[in-house]
Design a protein. Structure first.
Lengths: 95, 95
DNA sequence: GGGGGCCATACCGAAACAGCATTGGACGCC
DNA sequence: GGCGTCCAATGCTGTTTCGGTATGGCCCCC
């Protein structure tokens, strides 16, 4: 079964954009440890590391760069799905 | 935060295709009650029902039809993301 | 009116999760 | 070379989430 979760993907995008787990955690209203574990779980599930751990934070590896493109599309598609449903529901119930 | 999960989406697609919670549950190697709750949670999160409950099972409402298109795309994108990462990782480590 | 199919609900034990506290590594400073 | 700092990683714990079992309500068929 699909063990990857949207939360993990969201966490990944935040870390990729911040290059720093702590900052990403604040952005997500989360603390650092669970966020570290999200990334670990994702890497574990994909069978490949996504980041290089540097002294100053996290840097995307080529695998991470590739995943980031898909990750953004997934999140965008989820948003679109929710908007579409609300739109259809509103159109029919609201007139 | 995003409360919709990939599990919910997967459950939705299965029920939509089977028009029957019990059969969808078997397909997902799950039992019927949690699957019923997945659908309920999804409908609750989206703020609109997705299925019409009939005597013989479940029938998609227009909202459900609209969501189904996005749902399939989301799952396909997740699959593509995993394949891409494995491909990039394999290319770099394997030669 | 007993039997079988359907989805929904109550309840419970197990697994997952977030947060706190702490560890461990790398660097800059004095 | 010891010390403070900044980072990610880990041990532990309380809580929440989640799936399974058992059951209920509804309708059709015989």
């Amino acid at each position: 079964m699909r063990r990857v979760s949207l939360t993990h993907i969201q966490s990944f995008v935040a870390v990729a954009e911040e290059c720093n787990v702590g900052r990403a955690a604040r952005r997500l209203h989360l603390t650092q440890p669970p966020l570290t574990r999200h990334i670990q779980a994702l890497e574990d599930e994909l069978g490949a590391p996504l980041f290089e751990r540097t002294r100053t934070g996290m840097r995307l590896l080529p695998t991470g760069e590739a995943f980031l493109l898909h990750a953004r599309r997934i999140l965008a598609e989820v948003d679109a799905a929710m908007l579409t449903v609300r739109d259809v529901a509103g159109t029919r119930s609201g007139g």
